[in-house]
Design a protein around this ligand. Structure first.
Ligand code: IPE
Ligand code: IPE
Ligand code: MG
Length: 231
C-alpha cells in the first residue's frame, strides 16, 4: 500500500555539512534541494499529502546567525511561488506563524492563497511548529469560545492540522530516534521510520526504501491483523 500522507522530520543538515568541513548553513542550503526533490517524488509516486518539519518551536534555541540563515532560506522558498504553482501543488503552513517575521508570515499567507486552487499534491510546511504549542493554543481557543468540556473531535478540529489527514508514516532522517515535538497527537497511529541517511542525501532510492518499508508494516489500530480473527 502507498501511504496517503508522509510527514518528514528533515534532520541531519548540519552533520552533512560538518562531514564535508563546510559550515552548517551549507547543509541547510542543500537540504532545500532535497525538499524540492521529495515534493517531485511524492507527486510521482501518487502520495496525496507530504508534510515537512522545517522549524520547530525549540529551534529558536539555535545561534541567531543560523536562525537568520534559515529564515533567508524560507524567504527564498516563499518567493518561488510560480515554480510551485506550476507543479500544481497546494501549499499550506502549520505552526504559530504569529511569531515569524512579518514578511515571512505574509509570504506564507500569499503562497497558501495563490496555490489554493491547485489540485495536485498537498505540501504542508511546519514552521515554528511544536505539538505542545499547538495543543495549548487549541485548548485556549476552545476555552475562549466558552467551552467547559470538549470532545476528541473538537480538539482535532482546533489543531493546525484540522483540514488535513493524519500522517500514515513519519520519517525522520539523520539517525536520531525521537519525534522532537512533531505531530505528537496526529501520529498516534502513524508508522515511524527512522533512517541514518542525512536529509541532504535523501534521494529517490531512500524514498522508495521508505515506501517499501511502509508496505511491509501491518496496521492494526488496536485490532487484529486480517486472518487472525479466529485467534
Ligand atoms: C535539521 O537539520 C534542520 C532544522 C532543524 C532546521 P539540523 O540542523 O538539525 O542538522 P543536525 O541535526 O545538526 O545534523
Ligand atoms: C527537529 O530537528 C526539528 C526539525 C527538523 C525542524 P532538531 O535537530 O531540531 O531536533 P533535536 O534538537 O535533535 O531533537
Ligand atoms: Mg538536528
Amino acid at each position: 500500500m502507498t501511504p496517503s500522507h508522509i510527514a518528514f522530520i528533515m534532520d541531519g543538515n548540519g552533520r552533512w555539512a560538518e562531514r564535508r568541513h563546510m559550515p552548517r548553513k551549507y547543509g541547510h542550503k542543500m537540504g532545500t534541494q532535497t525538499l524540492e526533490n521529495v515534493v517531485d517524488l511524492a507527486a510521482k509516486f501518487g502520495i496525496k499529502t507530504v508534510t515537512f518539519y522545517a522549524f520547530s518551536t525549540e529551534n529558536w534555541a539555535r545561534p541567531q546567525s543560523e536562525i537568520d540563515y534559515l529564515f533567508g532560506i524560507f524567504r527564498k522558498f516563499l518567493s518561488e511561488i510560480d515554480r510551485y504553482k506550476q507543479k500544481n501543488v497546494k501549499l499550506r503552513f502549520i505552526g504559530n506563524l504569529s511569531r515569524l517575521p512579518e514578511d515571512v508570515r505574509d509570504a506564507c499567507v500569499e503562497m497558501t492563497e495563490r496555490t489554493k486552487e491547485n489540485t495536485g499534491l498537498n505540501v504542508v510546511i511546519a514552521l515554528n511548529y511544536g505539538s505542545w504549542e499547538e495543543v495549548t493554543s487549541a485548548v485556549n481557543r476552545l476555552l475562549q469560545s466558552g467551552k467547559t468540556s470538549v470532545s476528541e473531535e473538537e480538539i482535532k478540529n482546533a489543531l493546525y492540522t484540522h483540514d488535513l489527514t493524519f500522517p500514515d508514516v513519519v520519517v525522520r532522517t539523520g539517525g536520531e530516534v525521537r519525534l522532537s515535538n512533531f505531530l505528537l497527537l496526529q501520529s498516534a497511529y502513524a508508522e515511524l521510520i527512522f533512517t541514518d541517511t542525512l536529509w541532504p542525501d535523501f534521494d529517490e532510492k531512500a524514498f522508495v526504501g521508505v515506501l517499501d518499508e511502509y508496505s511491509s508494516r501491518v496496521r492494526k489500530y488496536g485490532g487484529l491483523k486480517k486472518g487472525d480473527a479466529k485467534a
